[in-house]
Design a protein around this ligand. Structure first.
Ligand code: DP6
Length: 360
């Protein structure tokens, strides 16, 4: 598949008005996407677990616009209240998708969105939000083209979501989604995410993720600025090639169920992501003292108990605690007694791996 497969040739039936609702989950990368080029193309392949409890629900209401030539008119509501801060990213998204969804200019929109997690939790809502919005737009396209296959629907929705936010293209499907060409993954692509098609050992089924909210503030570095820091970065080449190798190793890990190797790889990926930020120009430290305290507690606990718990990080201070389902009770007890005190207002979210977005 190439970009041109998503350029429609058919005529669209323009509807007077309507509305559509999708719920899309967040995702957590195991091999990280950090660095992009061209129009939202990744510098390396990444893979993520799709989550369940952390999700965005978006209702897209559309109405035939008076004229289809000017700027696209839209309002964004978060929890029923106007949220102008979201507008620039969505305006950019509309601009990027115009050549793939020509009817986009025929309507004005109200994008009514709610997150299952608190807005100021430091959890990025762009992945789940852009995924839900892309799915809503594809639903409008499907009305003109009811024969489109479910596979095409999903691929194009992921393709569009990527143009809104890279990691969003991994938030439609589950339980594991790959984005970015990898020589050993036949259906992998730079332009959309695909459900991982390799064997996955039972050890990795229903994996648990508890998100410790260490810092609920605004992101210190926007992801676009962050990705930009990889241009001309002294270690960029080595990092991009390492991501390919790590994904190959992860395929082996999934196949044989090697949880110890999983831990090493996932924690190293998280620390490498932060190491890239610490060694870029300008440089950033996005971990907080409490992030480090949590990491040390996890390492101590693992050593003392033989637990298979591990951590990963996004581009921020929050910690994702990953563990197998059979340790759910013991690890959640450990989190409540030893880790919750490092969270802002003791706040954390228990989540687990899920199967992707759904239409409501
Ligand atoms: C650290 O997808 O938020 O979470 O494409 O600029 O919207 P944009 O970036 P974004 O980057 C996410 C980076 C990450 C790692 C990952 O999810 O793979």
């Amino acid at each position: 598949m190439t970009e041109s497969d998503f350029t429609p040739s058919e005529n669209y039936k323009v509807l007077t008005q309507g509305s559509v609702t999708y719920q899309s989950p967040s995702n957590i990368a195991l091999v990280k996407y950090w660095g992009k080029h061209g129009e939202q193309l990744p510098q390396n392949p990444s893979i993520s677990f799709t989550l369940s409890n952390c999700h965005t629900t978006t209702t897209l209401s559309y109405k035939k616009a008076a004229s289809a030539t000017g700027e696209i008119e839209f309002d964004v509501l978060l929890d029923g209240k106007s949220e102008p801060d979201f507008k620039p990213k969505i305006a950019k998204f509309f601009e990027r998708i115009e050549k793939y969804i020509p009817f986009v200019k025929e309507y004005s929109y109200v994008i009514d969105t709610t997150n299952s997690f608190p807005h100021s939790s430091g959890i990025a809502s762009s992945a789940s939000g852009m995924s839900a919005l892309a799915l809503c737009l594809m639903e409008i396209e499907r009305q003109s083209n009811p024969d489109m296959t479910p596979a095409y629907f999903l691929q194009k929705a992921s393709f569009l979501a990527r143009l809104g936010s890279g990691s969003a293209c991994r938030s439609l499907d589950g339980p594991l989604v790959v984005w970015g060409n990898h020589k050993e993954i036949s259906n992998s692509s730079d332009i959309f995410g695909t459900s991982y098609n390799g064997n996955v050992h039972d050890n990795f089924k229903n994996y648990q993720d508890t998100i410790l909210l260490v810092d609920k503030g605004e992101k210190q570095v926007s992801s676009t600025v962050g990705h930009g820091l990889m241009h001309g970065h002294a270690f960029a080449k080595a990092r991009f090639s390492q991501a390919h190798d790590n994904l190959s190793e992860l395929m082996r890990v999934f196949e044989v169920g090697d949880v110890d190797a999983f831990i090493k790889l996932v924690e190293s990926e998280a620390l490498t992501l932060h190491a890239m930020m610490m060694t870029s120009h300008p440089y950033f430290i996005l971990m907080k003292p409490k992030t480090l305290e949590i990491i040390n507690e996890i390492w101590d606990y693992r050593q003392q108990t033989g637990s298979k718990v591990c951590f990963t990080l996004d581009a921020g201070a929050n910690v994702h605690v990953l563990y197998p389902e059979n340790e759910k009770h013991s690890v959640q007890d450990f989190i409540a007694t030893k880790l919750s005190k490092f969270c802002q207002n003791g706040h954390y979210i228990n989540d687990f791996v899920g199967n992707g977005a759904k239409k409501l």
